[in-house]
Design a protein around this ligand. Structure first.
Ligand SMILES: [Zn+2]
Length: 472
């Protein structure tokens, strides 16, 4: 059988209509080679600090990628057979080639998904594979990738440079001493890797080990975190430390967008109950909500840009949580109320000019009803790009179609890849650039904006807006 070709079509994701496609292609040509600005994501600072080779194709593409194994799991494949570690330490598949063969035999499941686009892009452009992945080509692709990974040109720093990454942000907990970032800075390597402050483990009373986390937090910051004032002082101290490791932003992954603005006595009472483990679900929610408002206050003082990523029902599947832990593809979006949820924070700080709060959503029904009207009015608010399940060609188009008429382009912040899958970074930025050029071309062909304006906007959407919004 003749091998199936993996060649990527240069017109992929552009509209089928020839006139719009020609303009999309011309716009894309002006942004395709721009450097990647990646202001929010979850790559591991240790990769850049140690610059050790990635182990093998399965450890690179399958075991760490919840997009990949959730789809395989949904079709009856056991996570153990994909080498996902169990919490009880029971035996899981260790043979990387066997894991790869299972993946390859089921690669058709990814037809029509962004995962397929990202993987094909990485196989073709990063590793130079020429065959489409199937059960039949599985071993050749596996060997091709592994042979590359053994070469110095495929180590993290070399790939970082080849991907033309101008700056990338990782995300760390306030409990992280940031040793990897320190090591990286001391190494003399010129790649710009910065941290971001993600305080969920110490602001969410329902987070695993909350009480111990807050005690450890106090020890790190040399503050008494059993008192509300000491607890806030510890945040200010850790934020300042994160800034010395390049942080320009904070990130908040709350179940809802609820914010609160409570008197100090009530805050102390909530902290007491959270530390005692006696907070009710609503009190935990109030505590998180109060902390968003406190973080906004601190951001006005220290300049860190705030990102709010609400609306994920984490670990929806209790059996997968029990056996495999968090972040195993069982997080499911819920509807999110921004209009009422954000009001206490906006009443207090919505008109500030020195504060930026970037809102993300997993609830697309909120785009035109809530998010675009909010960001089209409040000076502090901007809209993050389509996120997670909506980080896809259709999701990006829906985002532009539903928010632009009310919020414009300049209340959005360009693209961020939000990924831990290092090899997918160029693919994801490429998809965003293509879709934005497609959207701009449509506006021009429908005479909504001039062609000159589209050529001005394209690099803004690909590069300029992200750099400015995140102060990079
Ligand atoms: Zn994220």
């Amino acid at each position: 059988m003749a091998a199936l070709s993996l060649a990527l079509n240069p017109d992929r994701l552009f509209p089928a209509d020839p006139a719009t496609r020609d303009l999309a292609r011309a716009l894309y040509a002006t942004v395709a080679q721009l450097p990647i600005v990646s202001p929010h994501g979850h790559t591991d600072a240790q990769w850049y600090a140690d610059d050790a080779p990635f182990p093998d194709a399965s450890a690179l593409f399958i075991t760490p990628d919840h997009y990949v194994f959730r789809m395989l799991y949904s079709q009856g494949i056991r996570l153990e057979d994909l080498g996902i570690p169990r919490r009880d330490g029971a035996k899981v598949e260790q043979d990387a080639r066997k894991i790869w063969r299972i993946f390859a035999a089921h690669y058709h499941l990814f037809r029509g998904t962004p995962t397929r686009i990202w993987l094909d892009h990485a196989f073709a452009t990063v590793f130079g594979c020429t065959e489409r992945l199937t059960a039949e080509s599985a071993d050749r692709t596996f060997d091709c990738i592994n042979a590359c990974l053994a070469q110095p040109a495929f180590r993290p720093r070399a790939l970082f440079e080849r991907f033309n990454i101008e700056v990338i942000a990782t995300t760390e907990s306030p409990l992280d001493p940031l040793d990897q970032h320190r090591k990286l800075r001391a190494s003399g390597w010129k790649g710009r890797v910065i941290t971001a402050y993600r305080p969920d483990p110490v602001v969410d009373p329902e987070f695993e080990g909350f009480r111990d986390n807050v005690l450890q937090f106090g020890a790190l910051a040399r503050e008494d975190t059993a008192t509300w004032r000491g607890y806030l002082a510890a945040h200010r101290e850790r934020r300042a430390y994160f800034k010395t490791m390049g942080a320009t932003s904070t990130d908040h992954g709350h179940p809802t967008a609820r914010t609160c603005d409570l008197p100090e006595g009530e805050c102390q009472r909530l902290l007491d109950r959270a530390l005692a483990g006696t907070a009710t679900a609503d009190e935990a929610e109030q505590f998180r909500g109060q902390m968003l408002t406190e973080m906004a206050r601190m951001s006005i003082d220290d300049g860190l840009v705030m990102q709010i990523h609400p609306g994920s029902f984490r670990s929806h599947n209790p059996r997968v949580l029990r056996d495999f832990g968090r972040d195993k593809g069982a997080d499911i979006p819920t509807s999110t109320d921004y209009v009422r949820g954000l009001k206490p924070l906006l009443d207090r700080y919505g008109n500030e000019h020195s504060l930026t709060v970037i809102l993300f959503t997993l609830d697309e029904t909120s785009y035109s009803r809530e998010l675009a009207p909010l960001a089209g009015h409040y000076p502090i608010l901007k809209l993050g790009p389509s996120w997670w399940f909506h980080d896809s060609p259709e999701g990006m188009l829906r985002f532009r179609e539903q928010v632009t008429e009310t919020a414009g382009f300049y209340n959005t912040v360009g693209f961020n890849d939000d990924t831990r899958a290092f090899m997918s970074i160029p693919a994801r930025h490429d998809v965003a650039r293509r879709i934005d050029c497609r959207f701009l071309a449509t506006l021009v062909l429908e005479h909504k904006i001039g062609e000159d304006e589209a050529f001005e906007l394209a690099p803004e959407l690909a590069y300029g807006l992200a750099k400015r919004a995140y102060k990079l």
